[in-house]
Unconditional design. Structure first.
Length: 40
């Protein structure tokens, strides 16, 4: 059985990775909107 600290670390890592993914998606959409803004 893993220690609570290790378990917490894995949960935190998962959260952090999913957060990074959403952050990347955000930056991509922001760039897209910026391109649209400059075209208009």
């Amino acid at each position: 059985m893993p220690s609570p600290m290790l378990e917490f670390y894995y949960i935190y890592k998962k959260l952090f990775l999913s957060l990074q993914k959403s952050q990347k998606i955000l930056t991509i959409s922001e760039k897209h909107f910026l391109k649209v803004d400059t075209k208009v």
